[in-house]
Design a protein around this ligand. Structure first.
Ligand code: GDP
Ligand code: MN
Length: 423
């Protein structure tokens, strides 16, 4: 299959689109003047609109930080200038001040956060860093998803952490429930067995719903229908370096469809038959691949390498291709999301192996990231040279050099057309 093409060249598209009029308000009844007192204004807006927003369970808080009336008005005028360069400059300047999102050259993208109410505090640390290190300049919106209603506290605290749009939404019931072809009792026995074997999350049903949702459903959420790119963010992660460019645009402009910062070995007990089903799928559908061999171990088995999906910047259009869909559905029918404990990380990774070329997968070396006890940092000399303003903790192991890291194998991997005959 060829690259999913939708949305691959947003900068060209943006260039042809007339500049939008500045959205002074996003919700009916909002003042069109720049408010004198921001805190008060924000309070009023929340009080006035919160009940209805909450009722619908979908809230959109527009950016309403107007720094300085005079500057903003002048810039706003310049933004409408027929001189392309001047207007782009004005937009960039306003984005820098946090007055508007930068429409001119941004990608059509969103952060996507699947999360529970009780993870608010850990998420705020992730979000604070992401905002300070990157998004305060770019103003990409956030979409928060939950299988249960978000609490008022959660929505208010999160909305207060950014001037970008935030949307809170429920997951459709049928994206988070046992499919009817699953025998509930068998599934329960499988969970008990895995828990008895001390497999992490082995006994958890909700974890399995989460993995299946992230494998085959999140990108179908109605609120992402017109969005091309996503960046997955989890609670409790750290971003240690400034991100001084737009990774979404990098992906779009360089023909990338999937990306990672950490690649490692999966726990075998969670995916005993995933590889076998993947090969069966490959055979049935006659897929040839130049990347799957990256995942082949010495004896033709799965080497358990996968891209860690708690960080992910990737193309929604790729996940929405019939090819990805059919692979997911094949795996779903094989029942391993419930009878085993297939993670979305190996599923996304093997899908990339089947469907993408090596050059469509990007390793973001310059995004320093920690999830749980695993950290990736660019090496010190290069991060200093690149001026990334990093704060990678001293003495913390860079996972890149660890024996369980699949990064060295990635770096030395040569694209290779591979077929079942080679197993
Ligand atoms: P780990 O990274 O594999 O240890 O798993 P996590 O507990 O971090 O879960 C992965 C992501 O899914 C995180 O963003 C969680 O907040 C989210 N998540 C996990 N289980 C649930 C759940 O039952 N409901 C919701 N709404 N989110 C969940
Ligand atoms: Mn996690």
């Amino acid at each position: 299959p060829t690259a999913a093409s939708g949305g691959l060249n947003p900068s060209e598209k943006d260039r042809q689109r007339p500049l939008p009029k500045l959205p002074l308000t996003r919700l009916p009844g909002w003042p069109t003047e720049f408010p004198e007192n921001l805190t008060e204004h924000r309070e009023q807006v929340l009080q006035r609109h919160w009940p209805t927003l909450h009722d619908k369970h979908v809230a959109e808080i527009a950016p309403f930080v107007w720094h300085h009336r005079g500057i903003a008005e002048e810039l706003q005028e310049k933004a409408q200038s027929p001189d392309r360069e001047e207007s782009e400059w004005a937009y960039r300047e306003m984005a820098r001040l946090g007055v508007v999102p930068y429409y001119g050259e941004r990608a059509n993208a969103s952060f996507v956060v699947l999360i529970r109410n009780r993870e608010l505090d850990e998420f705020r640390t992730s979000m604070r860093q992401l905002e300070d290190r990157f998004n305060r300049k770019y103003h990409y919106p956030y979409l928060f998803l939950n299988d249960e209603p978000f609490s008022d506290e959660f929505m208010q605290m999160v909305a207060a952490s950014t001037t970008s749009n935030v949307t809170f939404a429920l997951i459709p019931r049928d994206h988070w429930s046992l499919p009817d072809f699953i025998d509930e009792q068998r599934a329960e026995r499988a969970r008990k067995q895995m828990a008895a074997n001390n497999v992490i999350y082995g006994g958890s049903l909700s974890y399995r719903h989460m993995c299946r949702f992230n494998s085959g459903f999140f990108y179908k959420h109605p609120l992402l229908r017109n969005v091309d790119w996503y960046w997955r963010v989890e609670p409790g992660v750290d971003f240690y370096c400034d991100i001084d460019y737009d990774p979404f645009k990098y992906m779009a402009e360089n023909g990338k469809l999937y990306s990672f910062v950490i690649a490692l070995k999966e726990l075998e007990a969670t995916v005993p038959t995933l590889w076998e089903h993947t090969l069966k799928y490959m055979k049935e559908r006659n897929v040839t691949s130049e990347l799957l061999q990256y995942f082949v171990g010495r004896t033709g088995n799965y080497n358990l390498c996968h891209f860690w999906s708690n960080f992910e910047i990737a193309s929604l259009n790729w996940l929405r291709t019939p090819e990805y869909q059919s692979y997911f559905e094949y795996l779903d029918q094989a029942q391993g999301f419930f009878m085993e404990r297939w993670g979305d990380a190996p599923v996304h990774s093997l899908a990339a192996g089947l469907l993408l070329r090596r050059d469509q997968v990007h390793f973001f070396d310059d995004i320093a990231y920690r999830h749980a006890e695993i950290t990736h940092c660019p090496d010190t000399t290069s991060s200093v040279e690149l001026g990334l303003k990093c704060q990678c903790p001293l003495g913390v192991d860079n996972f890149d050099n660890h024996s369980d890291s699949c990064l060295p194998a990635w770096k030395s991997y040569e694209p290779n057309t591979w077929s079942l005959k080679d197993t």
